[in-house]
Design a protein around this ligand. Structure first.
Ligand code: NDP
Length: 408
């Protein structure tokens, strides 16, 4: 059906590549490109399909991307590099006539701030070029938006309250590690919280609002209110929502480490000057610039290596209140994903798996012509039904609870 180019060969990229390879009727030609080509080659070796091509590319450079796109001529790019590369990849897509999908919205490197405005600004250019851009197609954002669209389509006349609840009850047996790129993860968690109520955005101090929430098959876990990007598009696309929040669980040990990291300045994202010895062994010192958070990433466990000893599961879902046929209704739709099952299938843990599978399904939706319309779109703006059907087939089955206690 079509040619796909995956950019990024990290935890999520590895899962996307495995899932793309499992669907050869849809993805007829595949290339994985990233900053470090050897990582792409290792993914191809693990999949065992030498027909998958690999390439080196610096996705910060529009010129490099353009020449790669012109030589491979993909129908769609799945961007699972870092949020910093979203705009350069979108620019290159426009220059070469390639469609686009990502799992995280753009963030500037020098400012820990994320919002959709930068990417929504591309809407008219994608429309005029006749190209589709699908934004935020991982789990959250991604499946969280598809779940909400499915709820709106089938179970509500009006939705009033949306709580996205994200629990990782896994144990990787490390003192401290992040489940996806440490730099992006720590930037996200240390930001102020933000939620939407009665048409206004309300800011909270980082991780200051929390309560226990009970997750299926897991039990109660302390859950923290955070700012999460999909709230921005969901309240815009479903204006009857009066209250929208995002909750994520953290263990006490994780929070203690995070506190220390912040208090000793290791989460800083500004450049510092550091005296380092010259590599020639002369003992001479040279001044180099380092960003503490990037340095920390280099010493923390690589999220890609957590899978082998990871036990337990993730549970992510949407808890929604609203009205159907004149009656109040609650609805909870969720998926639980086992870290070990994800590892056995793809060599990666559950957080990479729950992100990579939906990214593959989004690209499948595009190539099948189901999610294809010129412009820049968030996932809830497409028909959720065929996507929900694929979630059940591709390893992320979902479950529903009607009129239960949402606890929120
Ligand atoms: P990793 O750090 O494991 O992987 C990122 C990959 O991108 C690496 O292969 C890296 O190359 C490559 N890369 C980084 N910069 C460049 C560049 N300039 N040019 C080319 N390649 C580059 O991250 P994850 O796999 O954990 O996460 C990938 C994305 O998924 C992130 O954007 C993250 O925010 C998103 N995500 C989304 C979630 C969701 O549910 N929506 C949940 C989790 C993650 P190298 O190996 O050389 O460093």
């Amino acid at each position: 059906m079509g040619k796909v180019l995956i950019i990024g060969a990290g935890g999520v990229g590895t899962v996307v590549a495995h899932k793309v390879a499992q669907n050869p009727d849809v993805f007829t030609e595949v290339m994985i490109a990233s900053r470090t080509k050897s990582k792409c080659d290792a993914v191809v070796k693990a999949i065992g399909n030498p027909a998958i091509q690999t390439a080196q590319v610096d996705a910060d450079s529009v010129d490099e991307l353009v020449s790669l796109f012109n030589s491979f001529r993909p129908d769609i790019v799945i961007n699972v590099a870092l949020p910093y590369q979203d705009l350069t990849i979108m620019e290159a897509c426009l220059k070469t006539g390639v469609n686009y999908l990502d799992t995280a919205n753009y963030e500037p490197k020098d400012e820990a701030h994320f919002e959709y405005s930068w990417q929504w600004a591309y809407k008219q250019r994608f429309e005029e070029a006749g190209l589709t851009a699908i934004l935020g197609c991982g789990f959250d954002p991604g499946v969280s938006g598809v779940y909400t669209a499915y709820a709106a389509k089938h179970h509500f006349d009006e939705m009033h309250q949306l709580d996205i609840v994200d629990c990782n009850a896994g144990n990787h047996h490390k003192a401290f590690a992040t489940n996806f790129n440490p730099e992006i993860n720590i930037r996200e968690i240390t930001q102020k919280g933000l939620y939407y109520q009665d048409g206004e955005w309300i800011e909270t101090e980082p991780l200051s609002v929390h309560q226990p929430i009970t997750y299926p098959n897991i039990g109660p876990r302390e859950s923290y209110l955070m700012h999460h990007e999909e709230l921005e598009s969901l309240v815009k696309n479903y204006p009857t929502i009066k209250l929208a929040r995002f909750w994520m669980t953290f263990g006490q040990q994780y929070l203690t480490y995070l506190d220390v990291i912040q208090n000793i300045g290791m989460s800083r994202i500004d450049e510092l000057e550091y005296e380092a010895p010259l590599a020639d062994g002369s003992g001479k010192q040279v001044k180099v610039k380092i960003v503490p958070l990037q340095f920390l990433k280099a010493v923390l466990p690589n999220p890609q290596d957590l899978g082998e000893n990871y036990e337990g599961e993730t549970s992510i879902g949407c808890r929604i209140k609203g009205v159907k046929d004149g009656k109040e209704r609650t609805y909870y739709v969720y998926n639980n994903c086992s870290h070990q099952a994800a590892y056995k299938e793809t060599g990666m843990q559950g957080v990479s798996y729950t992100t990579g599978v939906p990214a593959m399904i989004g690209a499948m939706m595009f190539l099948k012509g189901i999610w294809k319309k010129p412009g820049v779109w968030n996932v809830e703006e497409f028909d959720p039904d065929p996507f929900m059907e694929q979630l059940n087939k591709q390893g992320l089955p979902w479950h529903e609870v009607f009129d239960g206690d949402l606890e929120l």
